[in-house]
Design a protein around this ligand. Structure first.
Ligand code: ARG
Length: 429
């Protein structure tokens, strides 16, 4: 390992203890590395503005940071256990290449605000992806809701046949759900869009740091003002981001549940795209919906990450090394969560209904509620209509598909109002 930034002369650092302190930390820092480099550049620009660096020194730092980013992306620079963490690796590289100029980069900053700002930039990037993927899934669902508005399918409550529903109603549910999830991810992004760089160790520094500059240069919506709150926001902002991701993954989980039921032989309503199924090692006959099942399971990583961070946050104000564990949690949650969301639009685009199986699963009892409402519309008090419509003899009068049309056709009494969803979707562009 390179010399530790904080090592005291004559004090040996025990290797086992060092491994415990750093653990897999430096490897996790790979996720943040490009953001850390980006923030280092903004910090250096700020230092030049307040006279700590000359214009030439800033040029050198910018050049070396760009080279480091390129080397890292191309695999020529490997961030591994020879460094304590990503932050010290950046400083070590600048010192190696620039000598004293490199030794100036850490003026007015701490690894505490370095990790905060890198995390914040990372969360913004991931939330933008969550929003975009939810929007794309909503778009597919809405297009299919329009095309398949009146394709009948049983509607269930308590998993018992309830009323005739339609593929369009099913799709509209996911369209509206994923629009909500995209809005939530966007709103959360705006909420976490605050620059903590300049808060240093949590108590500011006795320098007029160019915080407006770093806020602007890093594309933040606002500055996070109170240095100590910047530390308090570590974990809190991560939890908000995980909650936004979790909202989307909850919808994925339930959608996946529907699909695993609908693809079973007992329902037989849906055929999955072939690439979304797998075979069995022993049963030659099987086509299994493994992909859908792992999409369903992905929520568990999100829930676990939320719990892990929430448990970490039982701390007084100020930085504590405990907070380091929040990194693995967000990487795990977003890794799994985005993995599932990325597969969703194509799954939705390509799943195939089996209309004959869906129609075969309708039965006359499912007309009873529409019949009661029809009678009420003709003037009968609803409670009396309800009693009459409970008589199985009367169900045969109805045509379940025609009654469905009154609930789902554009312009009908029960128009699905997909136009409203379309407007919300358009507003998300
Ligand atoms: N790896 C550390 C973390 O994630 C970086 C900050 C270290 N700061 C400190 N004072 N030891 O929290």
């Amino acid at each position: 390992m390179t010399q530790l930034l904080w090592q005291k002369p004559g004090v040996k650092v025990d290797e086992r203890i060092q491994r415990f302190l750093a653990g897999e930390d430096v490897i996790l820092d790979r996720e943040f590395f490009l953001f850390d480099i980006q923030a280092s550049r903004a910090h250096a620009e700020g230092l030049q503005q307040i006279g700590i660096l000359t214009a030439d020194e800033l040029d050198g730092i910018r050049r070396e940071l760009a080279a480091l980013a390129d080397d890292f992306s191309a695999g020529r620079f490997v961030l591994d256990e020879q460094f304590e963490d990503g932050h010290s690796a950046i400083e070590a590289r600048l010192i190696e290449r620039l000598g004293d100029t490199g030794r100036r980069i850490h003026t007015g900053r701490s690894r505490n605000d370095q990790v905060l700002v890198a995390t914040r930039l990372w969360l913004k990037d991931r939330l933008a992806r969550v929003a975009a993927l939810c929007r794309e899934s909503a778009e597919v669902a809405l297009a299919r809701a329009t095309a398949e508005a009146s394709l009948p399918i049983p509607g269930y409550t308590h998993l018992q046949r309830a009323m005739v529903s339609s593929a369009g109603m099913w799709w509209a549910a996911w369209a509206e759900g994923f629009i909500d999830d995209a809005v939530r991810a966007r709103d959360t992004l705006a909420w976490v869009d605050a620059n903590p760089l300049g808060s240093a160790a949590g108590y500011g520094v006795n320098l007029p740091l160019a915080r407006d500059h770093t806020t602007h240069a890093l594309g933040f919506g606002r500055m996070q003002v109170a240095a100590t709150y910047a530390q308090l926001s570590r974990g809190k902002f991560e939890m908000a981001a995980i909650d936004a991701l979790g909202a989307a993954l909850l919808d994925v989980r339930r959608l996946a549940w529907d699909l695993s039921l609908f693809t079973s032989a007992e329902f037989g309503f849906v055929a999955l795209p072939a690439e979304y199924t797998t075979g069995s090692s022993i049963m030659p006959n099987k086509r299994n919906p493994d992909v859908v099942e792992l999409m369903r399971a992905s929520y568990s990583a999100v829930a676990a990450a939320r719990t892990e961070i929430e448990q970490l946050l039982s701390l007084p104000s100020g930085y504590h090394r405990d907070l380091q564990f929040s990194k693995g949690a967000i990487f795990h949650a977003f890794g799994r969560g985005l993995g599932a969301l990325e597969l969703l639009p194509d799954l939705l685009r390509n799943l195939e209904w089996k209309p004959e199986r869906m129609r075969a699963a309708l039965d006359p009892s499912m007309y009873a509620t529409d019949l009661a409402v029809d009678l009420a519309r003709q003037g009968m008090p609803f409670r009396d209509a309800y009693k009459q419509a409970a008589d199985p003899a009367r169900w045969a009068e109805g045509d379940p598909e025609a009654s469905l049309a009154a609930r789902v056709s554009p312009g009908a009494a029960g128009d699905l109002r997909l136009d409203v969803l379309q407007q919300r979707l358009d507003a998300l562009r």
